[in-house]
Design a protein around this ligand. Structure first.
Ligand SMILES: C/C(=C\CNc1ncnc2c1ncn2[C@@H]1O[C@H](COP(=O)(O)O)[C@@H](O)[C@H]1O)CO
Length: 233
């Protein structure tokens, strides 16, 4: 099975008129419109990322579940990719705590559907449209251990914050034993050879404490509200 993303990016798909790129723009536009419409009323929220392969009962799955629950208790809705593993865990924690659990699913060749803990689900064909929604409707990103997908979401957010496209947006890596090596490499190789600024390393927060996840997000929210005039919040 081919997906829309694949047809757009792979460049070797069928070439009849409906599959050509100019027409595809209309599909992409429609997907943005649908996403904006579905998510417009979402209250303040946090996007949680992590491996699609985590199993219930594993340490990282339960951490994501606890994070989802803690975010809800602190008054945030939880947004995930709507899939299995860490996504399911964070959605599950949110739902179990009586909060708003959102899943932004993606069309994949091996279709899985949204996990059962999603209250509001929106399905996307294009990764880049979906990624816009993760950022636009969240106040922060939390990453539990994950693979390429999680790293992609992490580095997109870092680039957006580094370039001031989004501000007061904490990026939190949960699990120091997993993330520590990456952050050391970023500090030594990227900052150490001036590929990024030394202060850019400070855009990443690493913690093993669920409470600290919430504290970091709350602190950024307070700063934001101090800066933005009340009538524009
Ligand atoms: C590979 C498996 C399931 C795939 N299902 C997914 N559903 C929704 N979102 C997904 C899926 N796989 C990856 N993502 C996105 O990337 C992140 C996780 O990727 P990683 O490589 O596992 O770290 C996640 O946050 C999603 O946004 C197995 O059953």
């Amino acid at each position: 099975m081919t997906t829309m993303d694949q047809q757009l990016l792979d460049g070797r798909g069928p070439s009849d008129w409906v599959h050509t790129d100019p027409w595809r723009v209309l599909r992409i536009q429609a997907e943005f419109v649908e996403g904006f419409g579905a998510l417009a009323e979402v209250p303040r929220a946090v996007s949680v990322f992590g491996s699609a392969r985590l199993k219930p009962g594993s340490e990282d799955y339960e951490a994501a579940r606890n994070i989802g629950a803690a975010l809800v208790r602190a008054g945030y809705a939880v947004i995930t990719g709507g899939g299995p593993g860490a996504m399911e865990a964070a959605n599950r924690g949110a739902r179990e705590s009586g909060g708003y659990s959102i899943g932004l699913g993606i069309e994949l060749p091996f279709e899985q559907g949204l996990n059962e803990w999603v209250d509001l689900g929106v399905n996307f064909r294009y990764f880049f449209v979906r990624k816009t929604m993760f950022v636009k409707y969240a106040q922060a990103f939390v990453c539990v251990p994950g693979g390429f997908g999680t790293l992609d979401e992490l580095f997109e957010a870092l680039t957006l914050v580094q370039t001031n496209k989004i501000t007061r947006f904490p990026i939190i890596l949960f699990g120091s034993s997993f993330w520590g090596g990456l952050v050391d490499w970023i500090r030594e190789q990227l900052a150490g050879t001036e590929k990024i600024g030394v202060t850019d390393v400070g855009l990443i927060h690493v913690t093993d404490s669920v409470d600290e996840v919430v504290e970091l997000i709350d602190a950024a929210q307070q700063l934001l509200h101090q800066q933005v005039p009340a009538d524009r919040q």
